[in-house]
Design a protein around this ligand. Structure first.
Ligand code: FMN
Length: 305
């Protein structure tokens, strides 16, 4: 026992760091590398029923304090991706399959196929901001979120986590809808809809014009979302957005997250970021007399505004 173990929707994680969807998870081998580097769980690349090419280049751009991407959900289709899940499972940490689709039936079907491939849980991508007809376009409406969660829960027997968009006036309404639809947890946040323009060329930098912003720039938004969701639902929350140090992870834990996902930070810090965050958490816990991660979850909620 290290004191870093957490439980989320029946899944036992050796520590609260999780690989975020879309980064180093195109193949089973790359996910395995992240598991071997110390992550507590892995989320797969978002996959759909059919192969998709995604958007043409340029689809990634560095901006100050973050990264803009408009990958457009490229993937080989769930059946072709199944072997990657099987390979990732050799890492002996929970593998969460990320599913997207055009509607509730399609998403539930993808989720069922991911479970058949061995996924220990499902993350519903209801939040990608740069793929027409998918993600945030269907996940910004609470009724849709509820219906998609219900349909997926009816089709799979593994835990279902709803990944929510911050590109909405009320992320708590989406979280409540997910809980009402039977989701076992929520994940907040996906990227913020954003764009960058090259003045010399007088054109947007990304081929898709708009993309999603991630990295340090979005952390305060993510922490605020988790804080608000914690006060609105009883199901577990996973925080994501701009985590690259133990201190960043602690912000999310104190806001109410039981675990954090890490994506963009891998670009600058490599896969060592998982072990570094864990050792920083251990140090903080020993200095501040915390015996478990759970003791810190929601710790910042005793203060009234
Ligand atoms: C290049 C890239 C690709 C991504 N692809 C996906 C995806 O396929 N599905 C998804 O749910 N989120 C995707 N995301 C969003 C991340 O999972 C995460 O929610 C977001 O980047 C914020 O976390 P971070 O700041 O740690 O990167 C992607 C992010 C990046 C940077």
């Amino acid at each position: 026992m290290t004191g870093l173990e957490v439980e989320i929707a029946g899944m036992r994680l050796r520590n609260p760091t999780i690989l975020a969807s879309g980064v180093l998870d195109e193949t089973g081998k790359s996910m395995l590398k992240v598991a071997n580097a110390g992550a507590g769980a892995l989320v797969s690349k978002s996959v759909g029923l059919y192969e998709r090419q995604g958007h043409p280049n340029p689809c990634v751009a560095e901006v100050e304090c973050g990264l803009l991407n408009a990958m457009g959900l490229p993937n080989p289709g769930v059946e072709a991706y199944a072997a990657e899940i099987a390979e990732a499972k050799k890492g002996e940490v929970p593998v969460i399959g990320s599913a997207f689709g055009v509607d509730a039936d399609e998403i539930a079907e993808v989720a069922a196929l991911l479970c058949a491939a061995g996924a220990d849980a499902i993350e519903l991508n209801l939040s990608c901001p740069h793929a027409e007809g998918y993600g945030a376009e269907i996940g910004s409406d609470p009724d849709n979120v509820r219906h998609i969660c219900e349909s997926t829960k009816a089709k799979v027997s593994r835990p279902v986590l709803a990944k929510l968009t911050p590109n909405t006036s009320s992320i708590t309404e989406l979280a409540i809808a997910a809980q009402d639809g039977g989701a076992d947890g929520v994940v907040a946040i996906n990227t913020l809809k954003a764009m960058s323009i090259c003045p010399e060329l007088r054109m947007p930098v990304l081929s898709n014009r708009v993309g999603g912003l991630s990295g340090p720039a979005v952390r305060s938004v993510g922490v605020r979302c988790v804080f608000e969701i914690f006060e609105a639902v009883d199901i577990p929350i996973i925080g994501v957005g701009g985590v690259s140090t133990a201190r960043d992870a602690l912000e999310y834990l104190m806001a109410g997250a039981r675990a954090v996902q890490i994506g963009t930070a891998i670009r600058s810090r490599g896969t060592d970021v998982f072990a570094e965050v864990c050792s920083g958490l251990t140090e903080f816990m020993s200095k501040n007399d915390y015996r478990s991660i759970q003791e810190m979850v929601g710790g910042a909620h005793h203060v009234t505004a």
